[in-house]
Ligand binder design. Structure first.
Ligand code: C2E
Ligand code: CA
Ligand code: CA
Length: 738
């Protein structure tokens, strides 16, 4: 039959006249119904009234499912149309085709659990169309079969079908969706197959035979004959195959659908995670990761780019969080984020790296001057009160740290942020509610310090430090009073370094303690060595205040002594700087007392530089005062130095402390000290600090100079006239120098 031809049949209803081309178009267009205003609605479809009656459920049923994210999701044909289903009556075939389409549609909806359509609606649509089909079919059959018994049978079959659908619909109310859907599909598949393959086909063959001129009975006989090849058994086999196929297909489709939904959920989750990884969840602003990417991108682009990186920290945010709770904290952060965004220009970047900080990147800013007004408005915006409930308000401020790009050296976004962060810290230190621009020179200092610390730590690890020893003697007798251990760094590249080249770098750093421990350990080993060699040499070790005040210092020393030769403690002396002794005099006094109980001696180093009062001196249980070398070196020329020296000597005598004068560089110094009644001394005129292997040879050859050995001893009463002479000599020297 050609497209566009009509199959006429008796009966008053226009809807029994179906134009095949229109119907095919209808099928092709995925069973989309024309809308009410659509011109196609009146294009001669035989379904017009039917559409109207069934508009709602049919439209819902026939509209494509959700926007197709997967090709498979559009539809499934569990009962694919086959040309073998054709009866030869195009009108009937076309309606069968629609029924089959509806069935497949139903299967799709069941498989994909359409959320926009209820099973009841699908049933209703199917029932309605089937009834319509029955009617148009019955009109054809009635023409031909009239009073024939097959007509009555056919009507009964139709009736039975409708009853069964009704039963299923009722069952739907009590049974689970899956169960009813499965039963319905099973029933419909079987019914449709047997209806199309057997009953209608028989009727159609009969109709066609009659149209060829045969009377009814003969036409039926011919139809029987034509049907012979299609036995009931064959139909059953096909049906059961369809049944298995349909339920398997459905099952698979279900699984596929679940899988797709899971995949979609997973994708969504991933999208969310990716968003979270690059955006701040609270404010929606780019986070540190995205900010870094953006800044890096700007840097990578050709052409000079001038950026100001502003790290903004809210002052007092923690208090708000603690007092009003985190929700209020969040509110404040969101408000601030909005305010900042209200101030920046289009190309600037606002981000929230976390906590109470925002980073703003201002573009095309060449220098500080250009961004000062902007910084001022940012500070002002942060100070604006934030209204909270019931007329209450919050008051905050912000501190800003600024760094600029480009810089003399290549720099990464992270380094820029770190600079801005350091500057922010400085702004906070400076009292908050202000901005601070990153200071490169200061940064270099800090970086150098860190580098130096690392080098020292490594030097210690690699045993690059050594102790040199400088003798302390009695100027008159030449007796060796002891040796001062002085640290040196045998640097692999820079040679032998003196303490002032590295000790200041570790002041107040834990490394100073490690180094101090090492010195003490080495000195103890050395004393033990000399004891073993029969050289009873006392060693004094410089101990910094930090080390002396470390909890457990005494115990550590006790343990160290316990591990070594007996009697070693009396050869150990600790030198404590006068300034450190005064830091916490009661604690230091206690430690000194405890150590003295171990048999250790103490001296106060650089005495005269720390302004210790007489009462302090009285309290400090030390054995020796080491007079600072500045006074000793200056006494020959400076009457004030001389006066201090004399004063210290007097104190030592009064408090019964021994004295060592440091910085004895010449014979003159020694002579003068002897004249002042000071015999203990240390200095280049006696010996320079030397490596340990030089000590024994030096001790073996050391001879006190004659001018010292034979210096007359002054009587007590002579001191004041001597002082007078000496200071006159000193001022003459000073004048002649001028
Ligand atoms: P200090 O304890 O006052 O040590 C004496 C310093 O004066 C030594 O310098 C020594 O070489 C120097 N000196 C000795 N005689 C003379 C002299 O006649 N003229 C001059 N101009 N200088 C003389 P050094 O070895 O460079 O040590 C400097 C400082 O470093 C020491 O001053 C001490 O405070 C500290 N130090 C040295 N070793 C250690 C140590 O192991 N631990 C600690 N905490 N500090 C140490
Ligand atoms: Ca010393
Ligand atoms: Ca000293």
């Amino acid at each position: 039959m050609n497209p566009g031809t009509t199959f006429g049949c008796s009966g008053p209803s226009t809807r029994s006249v179906v134009r095949v081309d229109a119907l095919e178009e209808f099928s092709r267009s995925n069973l989309m119904m024309p809308s009410a205003g659509d011109p196609r609605g009146s294009s001669g479809f035989g379904f017009d009234r039917f559409h109207e009656e069934m508009r709602i459920p049919m439209r819902a049923l026939m509209e494509p499912a959700d926007p197709p994210s997967y090709p498979l999701k559009n539809s499934i044909d569990i009962f694919p149309w086959d040309d073998n289903f054709k009866t030869g009556l195009p009108q009937i075939d076309d309606q069968h085709r629609v029924l089959v389409s509806l069935l497949n549609k139903l299967a799709s909806h069941v498989a994909f659990r359409s959320e926009t359509l209820s099973l009841e609606e699908v049933f209703d649509a199917l029932t309605d169309y089937t009834i319509y089909h029955f009617k148009s079919e019955e009109a054809i059959w009635a023409d031909v079969f009239a009073d024939d018994h097959s007509m009555a049978e056919h009507l009964a079959v139709h009736e039975h079908f409708i009853q069964t659908l009704n039963t299923l619909k009722v069952a739907r109310k009590n049974a689970p969706f899956d169960q009813v859907a499965h039963d319905a599909l099973d029933f419909l598949t079987r019914w449709l197959a047997s209806h199309i393959l057997e009953k209608d086909r028989f009727m159609a063959y009969t109709v066609l035979a009659m149209q060829g001129g045969l009377p009814l009975e003969e036409a039926k006989a011919r139809a029987h004959h034509q049907m012979e090849g299609v036995t009931r058994n064959l139909i059953d086999i096909i049906l059961s195959l369809y049944s298995v196929l349909s339920s398997n297909t459905l099952h698979l489709m279900r699984k596929l659908d679940e899988h797709q939904k899971m995949e979609e959920a997973y994708r969504e989750q991933r999208r969310r995670m990716e968003h979270l990884a690059r955006f701040d969840a609270l404010t929606g602003l780019p986070n540190r990761v995205l900010l870094t990417e953006k800044v890096q991108k700007i840097m990578d682009q050709a052409g000079p780019h001038f950026l100001a990186i502003v790290n903004m920290g809210l002052d007092g945010f923690k208090v708000i969080n603690d007092t009003y709770g985190h929700e209020m904290g969040d509110h404040v952060l969101i408000t601030m984020a909005e305010r900042i965004q209200g101030i920046v220009r289009g190309r600037d970047i606002v981000s929230r790296p976390g906590g109470d900080e925002f980073i703003v990147v201002l573009r095309d800013i060449r220098e500080l001057d250009a961004c000062i007004p902007w910084l001022a408005s940012l500070l002002a915006a942060s100070r604006k009160t934030i209204p909270i409930d019931a007329g209450r308000t919050l008051n905050l401020s912000a501190s800003l740290g600024v760094s600029f790009y480009p810089q003399n050296e290549g720099i990464t976004p992270d380094q820029l942020f770190r600079q801005a962060d350091q500057a922010l810290y400085q702004a906070k230190q400076a009292g908050k509610n202000c901005y601070h621009v990153f200071d490169m020179a200061h940064d270099h200092e800090v970086r150098d310090r860190l580098e130096n610390l690392e080098h020292i730590r490594r030097g210690l690890e690699r045993r690059e430090f050594v102790l040199h020893y400088q003798p302390k003697v009695n100027l008159r007798t030449g007796a060796i009073l002891g040796l001062e251990a002085l640290i040196r760094w045998q640097h692999p590249h820079r040679g032998l370094l003196l303490p002032d080249q590295f000790l200041p770098l570790i002041e107040n750093h834990p490394l100073a303690l490690s180094l101090g421990d090492w010195v003490l350990d080495m000195a103890l080993n050395q004393i033990e060595d000399w004891m073993t060699q029969g050289l009873p040499l006392a060693v004094s070790v410089n101990v910094c205040g930090q080390q002396l005040q470390t909890p457990g210092f005494t115990q550590q020393l006790r343990d160290a002594l316990a591990q070594r030769r007996k009697g070693l403690a009396r050869f150990l002396e600790l030198e404590v700087l006068e300034t450190s002794a005064l830091e916490d005099i009661s604690q230091v006094t206690k430690v000194i007392h405890d150590c003295i109980r171990l048999g250790i001696q103490f001296s106060i180093d650089d005495f005269g530089t720390g302004y210790s009062s007489l009462s302090y001196l009285k309290r400090l249980p030390v054995h020796t005062l080491k007079i600072d070398q500045s006074f000793v070196r200056g006494m020959l020329e400076d009457p004030e130095d001389l006066a201090i020296l004399v004063g210290v000597l007097g104190l030592a005598e009064a408090f019964q402390r021994k004295v060592i004068a440091e910085g004895v560089e010449t014979l003159d110094h020694g002579e003068m000290l002897l004249d002042l009644g000071c015999e203990g001394a240390q200095g280049y005129a006696i010996a320079r600090p030397m490596p340990v292997d030089k000590i024994a040879p030096w001790a073996a050859t050391w001879q006190v100079p004659n001018s010292w050995a034979f210096r007359p001893v002054r009587r007590k009463g002579d001191l004041s006239s001597f002082m007078h002479e000496a200071s006159q000599r000193a001022s003459k020297k000073t004048k002649s120098k001028r």
